[in-house]
Design a protein around this ligand. Structure first.
Ligand code: C2E
Ligand code: CA
Ligand code: CA
Length: 668
C-alpha cells in the first residue's frame, strides 16, 4: 500500500479516536456543569479573535486575486457563518450576565442561533468537500440529502428540547443544567459524514492538499479536546475557522510570481469566466518575448522591473497573468479604463525606448473582450493564433478578422484531430499532391516530391503553411505522413503496373516524428504492405537544431537506409548548416533551397559560393537538387552550378498525384 494511503488512514484514525474521547470527556463535564461554571468559564476572547481573523480574510480576498469559483462562493459563506456564530456566542453569554428578571428567552434564542450557524458551517463543509472532490451529481445528491436531513433533525431537536426543558436549561437559581447534549451528537454525526467523504474519496484530491486538511483538522480537534477538558467553550468557533483557513491557502490561493507580480495562467481562465458571467467588458494586452519563452528561462531583472511598471502605470486595476516563461497577459476592466486606446498609444510610445535598450524580439497583441472568445474562454489560444500570423517586433490590435481566422484555425484543428483519431490511411480529406522533378542527365522526369494538402468539407483546400505547424504542435503530424506515404505507395504501384519509369517519390517527414519509438516500423510496414520496392520511396528531412534530435535522426536514417529507403536533406541553406554533421548522415540527395537559387542570381560572389558548395557535395557523391526553379535563367544557372535534379514552377506547380503520369515516360 502506498505510503500516503497508510498516512491518511492513520491520520483519520487518530482524529476519530480523539473525537470520541473528546466526546466522552466533554459529555461528562457538561452534564456536571451545573452552577454558573458554564457561563463563568466563558471568555469572549476566542470569538473576538475569530471575528478579527474573518475580517482580515475578507480584506485579503477583496484586495488580492482569488479564483472566484463555485467552491469559493461556498468558502465565503462559511466565513460569514463563522462570524455570525461568533457574534451569537458572544451575545448569548453576555445576555445571561445582564439579565436580572429571570427571563432567559434571549439567551435561549441566541444559543440556538449559535448552533444553527455552526451546523450551517458543517453543512457547507460537506457541500464544499463534494464540490472540490468533483463528485458526480447523482452521488452528491445522496450525501446532500443525508446531511440536510441531519441538519434539520439536529436543529429541530435542539429547539424542542430547549423549549420542553429536557435539554440545556437555566434554573431559577441561575444554575445551568446541560441535559442531553444534542449539539455534540449532531457534531459527531456530521464528523462521521465528513470523515467518510474524506477517506472514501481521498484520491480525488491532490495528496498534498488532502494532507494539509488532515493536519488542520487534527489541530482543530486538539483544541476542542483541550477546551473540553478544561470545561471551556470559548474556542469552539475558532476550531471551525481553522479548516476554512486551510481552504483559503490550499484551494483558493494562486501561484504567484513575485518578480513581476503575475498570476498563473489557470487563474486567467477563472477571471474570464467570472467577468463573462457578469457581463463585464475587459481589455487585455498580451506580450510575447520569444527569447525567454523556453524552458528554464525567465525575464531578466531589468525586464521584470519594466513589466511590473508597465502593467501598473498604464491601466487601472490591471492584473498580470503569466502564461509561460516569455508570455504575459495583462487584464483590466474596460469600465475602469475608458481611455484605454489613448493609454495604449502612450504605452507604445513608452515601449520603443525600452525596446531600443533591451533589443529583445517581441510580439504584442492588444484588444477588448470578444463575446465569442469569452464564451469559449479561449483567449490564450486566440492570442497564440494571432502570434502565429504576425510579424516579429510588432503591435497588433485585435479585430474581427482575427476571430474569423481563429474559427478557421479551430475548425482545421478539429478536423486534424479527427483524422488523427481515425487513422484511416486512405482518408479522403488528406490529399497527396506531387511536384515532378527533372533529371538533367536522363533529360526526363523520373522522380517527384509528394506535397500534402487538406480538403475539408467546410472550407475546401488548405495549404501546408496553415496546418503543418498545427499538426506538429498537437502531435498529429505522424498520422498525416503515414497517409501521404500510403497514397504515394498506391500511386507508385499503379504507375509501375502501367509500365511507367518511376525512380521514386519523396515524402516529407517532420523532425518531431523521429522522436516516436515506432517511427521506422510504421514507415517500413506501409511500404512493405503496398508491395513496391523499398527504394521507390525517399524521405525528406530538414536539418535538426538540437544535438539530441541530430543523433536521433542519424539513427533513424541509418536504420531505414538498410531497408533501401533513400534520404534527402531538405531546405539546405535556410538554417545554420553544420557541414560536419551533415556528412555524418548518409543522405542521398541534398536539396538546395530556393533562397540559394535566388541568392546565386544576386551577385557573382554568391553564385560562386553556391556553386562551390554544390560542387563539394557532388564530389562527395551526393546528388544536388535545386528547388524553386521558376524560369529559364534559373534553370541555366542551376545546371551550371553542378545540379543533378531540378524542381520548381518552371516544370510544374504541385498537381494531384494521379496526374503524375503526364510527366513520367513509359519504359519501352
Ligand atoms: P518544402 O518541402 O520545401 O516544399 C517545397 C515547397 O515549395 C512547396 O510548397 C512547393 O509548392 C513550393 N514550390 C515548388 N516550386 C516552387 C517554385 O518554383 N517557387 C516557389 N516560390 N515555390 C515553389 P508547399 O506545397 O506549400 O509546401 C510548403 C511546405 O510544407 C513544404 O516545404 C514542407 O516543408 C511542408 N510540407 C508539405 N507537404 C508536407 C508533408 O506531407 N509532410 C510534412 N511534414 N511537411 C510537408
Ligand atoms: Ca520538401
Ligand atoms: Ca524544401
Amino acid at each position: 500500500m502506498p505510503y500516503h494511503i497508510v498516512y491518511s488512514i492513520i491520520h483519520m484514525c487518530v482524529m476519530f479516536v480523539g473525537n470520541v474521547t473528546l466526546f466522552a470527556l466533554w459529555g461528562d463535564n457538561m452534564t456536571m456543569a451545573t452552577g454558573n461554571l458554564y457561563f463563568d468559564k466563558y471568555s469572549p476572547v476566542g470569538d473576538i479573535v475569530v471575528i478579527a481573523v474573518c475580517s482580515v480574510i475578507l480584506v485579503l480576498v477583496l484586495t488580492s486575486f482569488i479564483k472566484k469559483s463555485k467552491s469559493f462562493g461556498l468558502f465565503m459563506n462559511m466565513v460569514i457563518y463563522i462570524v455570525l456564530a461568533a457574534v451569537s456566542d458572544i451575545i448569548y453569554h453576555n445576555a445571561f450576565n445582564h439579565i436580572t428578571d429571570s427571563n432567559y428567552t434571549i439567551v435561549y434564542i441566541f444559543r440556538i442561533l449559535y448552533h444553527i450557524f455552526l451546523f450551517s458551517i458543517l453543512l457547507l463543509y460537506v457541500v464544499y468537500i463534494l464540490e472540490i472532490q468533483r463528485i458526480e451529481m447523482s452521488r452528491r445528491y445522496n450525501f446532500m440529502l443525508i446531511s440536510t436531513l441531519l441538519y434539520i433533525a439536529v436543529i429541530v431537536l435542539d429547539i424542542v428540547m430547549t423549549v420542553t426543558g429536557s435539554g440545556f436549561h437555566i434554573n431559577s437559581d441561575r444554575t445551568v443544567t446541560q441535559g442531553s447534549n444534542i449539539f455534540l451528537w449532531g457534531y459527531l454525526a456530521f464528523m462521521v459524514v465528513i470523515l467518510y467523504l474524506m477517506i472514501a474519496n481521498r484520491n480525488r484530491i491532490y495528496r498534498q492538499v488532502m494532507n494539509g486538511f488532515y493536519g488542520t483538522m487534527s489541530v482543530a480537534f486538539i483544541i476542542l479536546y483541550l477546551e473540553g477538558r478544561a470545561g471551556q467553550s470559548s474556542y469552539t468557533v475558532a476550531t471551525f475557522l481553522l479548516p476554512v483557513l486551510a481552504m483559503l491557502y490550499l484551494i483558493h490561493s494562486t501561484p504567484y510570481n513575485i518578480e513581476i507580480g503575475a498570476i498563473s495562467a489557470i487563474a486567467l481562465r477563472d477571471t474570464i469566466s467570472y467577468n463573462y458571467n457578469r457581463n463585464i467588458d475587459f481589455i487585455f494586452m498580451s506580450m510575447l518575448l520569444p527569447d525567454f519563452d523556453v524552458e528554464g528561462k525567465s525575464f531578466s531583472k531589468e525586464l521584470q522591473e519594466v513589466i511590473r511598471r508597465f502593467s501598473n502605470e498604464f491601466f487601472k486595476g490591471s492584473i498580470l497573468f503569466q502564461v509561460s516563461n516569455g508570455h504575459v497577459v495583462m487584464f483590466a476592466r474596460k469600465k475602469n479604463n475608458p481611455d484605454y486606446e489613448n493609454k495604449i498609444n502612450m504605452l507604445i510610445n513608452a515601449f520603443y525606448p525600452e525596446y531600443e535598450k533591451f533589443q529583445y524580439d517581441y510580439k504584442i497583441v492588444v484588444g477588448e473582450s470578444i463575446e465569442e472568445i469569452s464564451r469559449k474562454n479561449e483567449y490564450i489560444s486566440f492570442i497564440k493564433n494571432i502570434y502565429r500570423n504576425m510579424e516579429m517586433n510588432s503591435f497588433h490590435m485585435v479585430n474581427y478578422d482575427d476571430v474569423t481566422s481563429f474559427n478557421r484555425y479551430e475548425y482545421i484543428l478539429e478536423e486534424l484531430g479527427d483524422i488523427y483519431r481515425r487513422r484511416d490511411l486512405r482518408d479522403s480529406r488528406v490529399l497527396a499532391y506531387c511536384q515532378p522533378v527533372y533529371n538533367i542527365a536522363e533529360k526526363k522526369y523520373d522522380t517527384a516530391e509528394a506535397l500534402m494538402r487538406l480538403k475539408l468539407p467546410e472550407i475546401g483546400l488548405v495549404y501546408p503553411d496553415q496546418f503543418i505547424p498545427l499538426a506538429e504542435e498537437n502531435g498529429y503530424i505522424h498520422v498525416l505522413t503515414e497517409i501521404i506515404l500510403q497514397k504515394s505507395c498506391d500511386e507508385i504501384r499503379h504507375l509501375l503496373s502501367e509500365g511507367y519509369d518511376v525512380k521514386r517519390i519523396s515524402v516529407n517527414v517532420s523532425v518531431l516524428e523521429l522522436r516516436d519509438e515506432g517511427f521506422t516500423d510504421d514507415i517500413h510496414r506501409i511500404i512493405e504492405a503496398s508491395g513496391i520496392p523499398e527504394d521507390k520511396i525517399a524521405i525528406e528531412i530538414t536539418e535538426s537544431q538540437s544535438e539530441s534530435d541530430f543523433m536521433l535522426m542519424k539513427d533513424k536514417v541509418e536504420e531505414l537506409k538498410e531497408k533501401g529507403i533513400k534520404f534527402y536533406l531538405d531546405d539546405f541553406g535556410t538554417g545554420y548548416s553544420n557541414m560536419e554533421r551533415i556528412m555524418e548522415v548518409p543522405f542521398d540527395i541534398i536539396k538546395f533551397d530556393r533562397s540559394l537559387v535566388l541568392a546565386s542570381d544576386s551577385n557573382e560572389k554568391s553564385e560562386s559560393m553556391v556553386s562551390s558548395l554544390a560542387n563539394m557535395f557532388s564530389k562527395l557523391e551526393y546528388s544536388v537538387l535545386y528547388e524553386g526553379v521558376e524560369n529559364d535563367l534559373d534553370e541555366e544557372r542551376c545546371i551550371n552550378m553542378h545540379a543533378t535534379y531540378l524542381q520548381g514552377y518552371k516544370y510544374s506547380r504541385p498537381i494531384p498525384i494521379i496526374e503524375l503520369s503526364r510527366f513520367f515516360t513509359k519504359i519501352v
